[in-house]
Design a binder for this molecule. Sequence first.
Ligand SMILES: [Zn+2]
Length: 359
Amino acid sequence: MTMRRAMLMLGVAAFATLPAHGVAQQAGYPIELVAPGKGTYTFPQGYETPWDKIQIMVTAKMSPNLFVIHGSEALDPAHPDASGGRVMALFGPDGVLMVDTQNRQVAEKTLQAIRSFTNAPLRIAVNTHIHGDHTGANAFFAKQGALIYSQENLRNEMLRPPPRANGQPAPAPDMAAVPVVTYTYNPATSGQPAVTFNMNGEIVDFIPMMPSHTAGDTIVRFRKANVIYIEDFYRNFGYPFADQANGGSIRGMLDAVDLIEKLADAKTTLVPGHGTLVKKQDLLPYRAMLVDIMAKVKALRDQGKSLKEVLAANLTAPYDKTTLGDTQQSKDRFITEAYDEVKDFPAIVDGKRTMPVHP
Ligand SMILES: [Zn+2]
């Protein structure tokens, strides 16, 4: 057999093991270094997050040059399993591409975590959604040189912050924090990337999402590593959270899960903003819970039950055992969202919904 023939055969054999979309996860990856905590956590009345104590560290490696950065556990009541939202960093000779920028208070520490593995210039950051644990350090990283990408809706949400709870207008946004490069979600091309980067030997897709966790969500696919950052429409620490005021919806989160079913293969590592790393089959019980709770809440609301009565029905009880971080607050928020969504759900006006205020 000639050398050429042998190589061709080798090529065929290797190709046969590739997943449907044509790339294989690198052998030995992902490597998880620090798993998020499992709880339970309690914080005393009046507790304030001690930002100085929170550590920001590399918690997982998705490939030799694609790392996950996250905060330490048991200190941040908003995310006690691991503080803040996950950041991903792709690095190499073409510079650093970041997914999300973490909380403002830990900006320096997030940069130090990146500097622990690369000296390459910061070039690109993408925001998966507007929440402060994902965009809080935008201005800091923009000043370090990162050009910030997001859906246009996210940029608009940031430019027009809602009034404060006391009715006072919100302070003017810091323009340095506002994404510069924007794109939109188009239902006709759902799942297709709005932007593709070829850098550091990786192919990175920014895929705009339907209104789901918010109206400005983006997921980020790393084709060669076979990893998708799926942000917060899925979560496994605490009950689901659709930010309806910012255009999100539980039904949109169902659509988001269904899109992941199409985009991911069985081996794709899905990186949520919080909670544990998962595969697409792990999204199915979550999807079933969303459908079940929506149906049960609708049935009660159709019977004329008040929100208070629906909350008292303790509909999440069958899920408490398998849902980490199942605090009363997390349950009540989820059920209230379902209650608001099954009837008289306010339409999105100018990127926002005016949600009912429940006494
Ligand atoms: Zn988050």
